[in-house]
Write a new protein. Structure first.
Lengths: 113, 113
Protein backbone atom coordinates (compact mmCIF):
# COMPACT_ATOMS: atom_id res chain seq x y z
CA UNK A 1 0.00 0.00 0.00
CA UNK A 2 2.00 2.96 -1.30
CA UNK A 3 -0.61 5.67 -0.55
CA UNK A 4 -0.18 8.64 -2.88
CA UNK A 5 2.72 8.56 -5.30
CA UNK A 6 4.01 11.36 -7.52
CA UNK A 7 6.43 11.40 -10.40
CA UNK A 8 8.86 12.90 -11.02
CA UNK A 9 10.36 14.07 -7.71
CA UNK A 10 12.38 16.82 -9.36
CA UNK A 11 12.17 18.53 -12.73
CA UNK A 12 13.88 21.45 -14.43
CA UNK A 13 12.17 22.98 -17.46
CA UNK A 14 12.96 25.83 -19.77
CA UNK A 15 10.37 28.53 -20.31
CA UNK A 16 7.84 27.37 -22.89
CA UNK A 17 8.41 23.65 -22.43
CA UNK A 18 5.56 21.39 -21.45
CA UNK A 19 5.34 18.54 -18.99
CA UNK A 20 2.89 16.38 -17.10
CA UNK A 21 3.08 15.64 -13.40
CA UNK A 22 1.70 12.25 -12.53
CA UNK A 23 -0.19 11.29 -9.39
CA UNK A 24 -1.65 7.96 -8.39
CA UNK A 25 -3.33 6.66 -5.25
CA UNK A 26 -4.03 3.08 -4.27
CA UNK A 27 -6.54 3.75 -1.49
CA UNK A 28 -9.65 3.69 -3.72
CA UNK A 29 -10.29 7.34 -2.86
CA UNK A 30 -12.92 9.31 -4.72
CA UNK A 31 -11.44 12.82 -4.51
CA UNK A 32 -8.05 14.01 -5.68
CA UNK A 33 -6.34 17.40 -5.56
CA UNK A 34 -3.38 19.32 -6.92
CA UNK A 35 -1.81 22.02 -4.74
CA UNK A 36 1.21 24.20 -5.19
CA UNK A 37 3.36 25.35 -2.30
CA UNK A 38 5.37 28.56 -2.44
CA UNK A 39 7.37 30.14 0.41
CA UNK A 40 5.14 32.22 2.68
CA UNK A 41 2.03 31.29 0.71
CA UNK A 42 1.03 27.98 2.24
CA UNK A 43 -0.69 25.54 -0.08
CA UNK A 44 -2.93 26.82 -2.83
CA UNK A 45 -5.36 24.66 -4.74
CA UNK A 46 -4.82 24.41 -8.49
CA UNK A 47 -7.47 21.89 -9.52
CA UNK A 48 -9.42 19.15 -7.88
CA UNK A 49 -11.55 16.18 -8.83
CA UNK A 50 -14.37 15.38 -6.44
CA UNK A 51 -15.03 12.09 -8.18
CA UNK A 52 -13.96 10.15 -11.24
CA UNK A 53 -15.03 12.00 -14.36
CA UNK A 54 -15.22 15.46 -12.79
CA UNK A 55 -12.66 18.22 -12.41
CA UNK A 56 -12.95 21.76 -11.09
CA UNK A 57 -10.74 24.80 -10.89
CA UNK A 58 -9.23 25.87 -7.64
CA UNK A 59 -7.67 29.12 -6.54
CA UNK A 60 -4.80 29.26 -9.06
CA UNK A 61 -5.72 27.27 -12.21
CA UNK A 62 -4.21 29.53 -14.89
CA UNK A 63 -1.50 27.84 -16.93
CA UNK A 64 -2.51 24.33 -15.89
CA UNK A 65 -4.76 21.55 -17.10
CA UNK A 66 -5.72 18.31 -15.40
CA UNK A 67 -6.97 14.89 -16.34
CA UNK A 68 -8.68 12.41 -14.07
CA UNK A 69 -7.61 9.41 -16.08
CA UNK A 70 -9.41 6.91 -13.85
CA UNK A 71 -10.18 6.60 -10.18
CA UNK A 72 -6.50 6.07 -9.31
CA UNK A 73 -4.76 8.69 -11.41
CA UNK A 74 -4.92 12.47 -11.61
CA UNK A 75 -2.37 14.26 -13.76
CA UNK A 76 -1.40 17.92 -13.94
CA UNK A 77 -0.14 19.38 -17.21
CA UNK A 78 1.81 22.54 -17.83
CA UNK A 79 1.39 23.35 -21.52
CA UNK A 80 3.90 26.21 -21.68
CA UNK A 81 5.91 26.51 -18.51
CA UNK A 82 6.69 29.93 -17.06
CA UNK A 83 9.15 30.92 -14.30
CA UNK A 84 6.12 31.81 -12.11
CA UNK A 85 5.28 28.11 -12.06
CA UNK A 86 8.47 27.28 -10.20
CA UNK A 87 7.07 25.65 -7.09
CA UNK A 88 6.60 22.44 -5.17
CA UNK A 89 3.53 20.56 -6.34
CA UNK A 90 1.58 18.24 -4.08
CA UNK A 91 -1.07 15.78 -5.01
CA UNK A 92 -3.57 14.64 -2.38
CA UNK A 93 -6.49 12.26 -2.18
CA UNK A 94 -9.47 11.81 0.08
CA UNK A 95 -11.99 9.05 0.39
CA UNK A 96 -14.87 11.52 0.20
CA UNK A 97 -18.31 10.69 1.54
CA UNK A 98 -17.61 12.27 4.90
CA UNK A 99 -14.04 11.17 5.50
CA UNK A 100 -12.38 14.59 5.16
CA UNK A 101 -8.86 13.32 5.73
CA UNK A 102 -6.54 14.17 2.85
CA UNK A 103 -3.45 12.10 2.21
CA UNK A 104 -0.54 13.83 0.52
CA UNK A 105 2.11 12.63 -1.85
CA UNK A 106 5.79 13.48 -1.35
CA UNK A 107 5.73 16.35 -3.83
CA UNK A 108 7.39 17.35 -7.11
CA UNK A 109 9.91 20.17 -7.02
CA UNK A 110 9.69 22.03 -10.33
CA UNK A 111 12.06 24.73 -11.49
CA UNK A 112 11.36 26.72 -14.64
CA UNK A 113 14.31 28.70 -15.98
CA UNK B 1 -15.59 32.49 1.99
CA UNK B 2 -13.44 30.41 4.26
CA UNK B 3 -10.11 31.72 5.40
CA UNK B 4 -7.44 30.59 7.80
CA UNK B 5 -4.92 32.79 9.58
CA UNK B 6 -1.79 31.59 11.31
CA UNK B 7 -0.48 34.74 12.97
CA UNK B 8 2.99 33.41 13.72
CA UNK B 9 5.29 32.83 10.77
CA UNK B 10 8.15 31.51 12.92
CA UNK B 11 8.25 30.22 16.48
CA UNK B 12 11.29 29.12 18.45
CA UNK B 13 10.98 27.00 21.59
CA UNK B 14 13.45 25.16 23.76
CA UNK B 15 13.36 21.41 23.83
CA UNK B 16 11.13 20.28 26.68
CA UNK B 17 9.14 23.52 26.75
CA UNK B 18 5.46 23.69 25.97
CA UNK B 19 4.18 24.78 22.58
CA UNK B 20 1.09 26.54 21.31
CA UNK B 21 0.57 27.36 17.65
CA UNK B 22 -2.27 29.69 16.85
CA UNK B 23 -4.91 29.31 14.17
CA UNK B 24 -7.93 31.50 13.51
CA UNK B 25 -10.55 30.76 10.92
CA UNK B 26 -13.37 32.57 9.22
CA UNK B 27 -16.33 30.49 8.18
CA UNK B 28 -20.07 30.88 8.45
CA UNK B 29 -20.99 27.42 9.63
CA UNK B 30 -19.17 24.97 11.85
CA UNK B 31 -16.00 24.22 9.96
CA UNK B 32 -14.02 21.07 9.68
CA UNK B 33 -10.59 21.88 11.08
CA UNK B 34 -7.23 20.21 10.62
CA UNK B 35 -3.60 20.51 11.59
CA UNK B 36 -0.94 19.12 9.29
CA UNK B 37 2.82 18.88 9.79
CA UNK B 38 5.45 19.01 7.07
CA UNK B 39 9.00 17.93 7.79
CA UNK B 40 11.70 19.35 5.52
CA UNK B 41 11.49 17.92 2.01
CA UNK B 42 8.44 15.85 2.86
CA UNK B 43 4.74 15.86 2.13
CA UNK B 44 2.09 16.81 4.66
CA UNK B 45 0.98 14.51 7.43
CA UNK B 46 -2.29 14.88 9.30
CA UNK B 47 -1.79 15.53 13.03
CA UNK B 48 -5.41 15.82 14.10
CA UNK B 49 -8.85 16.90 12.98
CA UNK B 50 -12.03 18.35 14.44
CA UNK B 51 -15.46 17.70 12.99
CA UNK B 52 -17.84 17.97 15.94
CA UNK B 53 -18.30 16.89 19.54
CA UNK B 54 -15.61 17.24 22.16
CA UNK B 55 -13.77 20.48 21.52
CA UNK B 56 -10.43 19.11 22.70
CA UNK B 57 -9.04 16.67 20.19
CA UNK B 58 -6.03 14.45 20.51
CA UNK B 59 -3.70 13.70 17.65
CA UNK B 60 -0.56 11.84 16.85
CA UNK B 61 2.89 12.57 18.28
CA UNK B 62 1.44 13.92 21.54
CA UNK B 63 -0.31 16.92 19.97
CA UNK B 64 -3.73 18.22 20.89
CA UNK B 65 -5.90 21.09 19.71
CA UNK B 66 -8.85 22.94 21.16
CA UNK B 67 -11.74 24.29 19.13
CA UNK B 68 -13.12 27.55 20.54
CA UNK B 69 -16.12 28.71 18.61
CA UNK B 70 -16.37 32.03 20.45
CA UNK B 71 -12.83 32.92 19.43
CA UNK B 72 -12.91 31.24 16.00
CA UNK B 73 -9.72 29.49 16.97
CA UNK B 74 -8.22 26.05 16.73
CA UNK B 75 -4.85 26.25 18.48
CA UNK B 76 -2.39 23.38 18.48
CA UNK B 77 -0.59 22.46 21.69
CA UNK B 78 2.05 20.11 22.96
CA UNK B 79 3.15 19.93 26.62
CA UNK B 80 6.81 19.13 25.94
CA UNK B 81 8.48 19.69 22.59
CA UNK B 82 11.08 17.31 21.18
CA UNK B 83 13.79 18.27 18.71
CA UNK B 84 12.08 16.07 16.12
CA UNK B 85 9.03 18.36 16.23
CA UNK B 86 10.92 21.01 14.26
CA UNK B 87 8.87 21.37 11.08
CA UNK B 88 6.30 23.51 9.30
CA UNK B 89 2.77 23.35 10.70
CA UNK B 90 -0.34 24.13 8.70
CA UNK B 91 -3.85 24.75 9.90
CA UNK B 92 -6.62 24.05 7.39
CA UNK B 93 -10.37 24.42 7.18
CA UNK B 94 -12.77 22.43 5.04
CA UNK B 95 -16.36 23.04 4.10
CA UNK B 96 -17.31 19.57 3.05
CA UNK B 97 -15.91 16.18 2.35
CA UNK B 98 -14.72 15.75 -1.22
CA UNK B 99 -13.79 19.39 -1.60
CA UNK B 100 -10.50 21.13 -1.13
CA UNK B 101 -9.08 22.37 2.12
CA UNK B 102 -8.18 26.00 2.67
CA UNK B 103 -4.73 26.18 4.23
CA UNK B 104 -3.11 28.81 6.37
CA UNK B 105 0.33 30.04 5.36
CA UNK B 106 2.06 27.92 7.93
CA UNK B 107 4.14 28.34 11.07
CA UNK B 108 7.74 27.25 11.05
CA UNK B 109 8.82 25.72 14.35
CA UNK B 110 12.45 25.76 15.44
CA UNK B 111 13.45 23.75 18.49
CA UNK B 112 16.62 24.76 20.32
CA UNK B 113 18.63 22.54 22.66
Amino acid sequence: NAGVTQTPKFQVLKTGQSMTLQCAQDMNHNSMYWYRQDPGMGLRLIYYSASEGTTDKGEVPNGYNVSRLNKREFSLRLESAAPSQTSVYFCASEAGQGSFEQYFGPGTRLTVT
Amino acid sequence: AQSVTQPDIHITVSEGASLELRCNYSYGATPYLFWYVQSPGQGLQLLLKYFSGDTLVQGIKGFEAEFKRSQSSFNLRKPSVHWSDAAEYFCAVGANSGYALNFGKGTSLLVTP
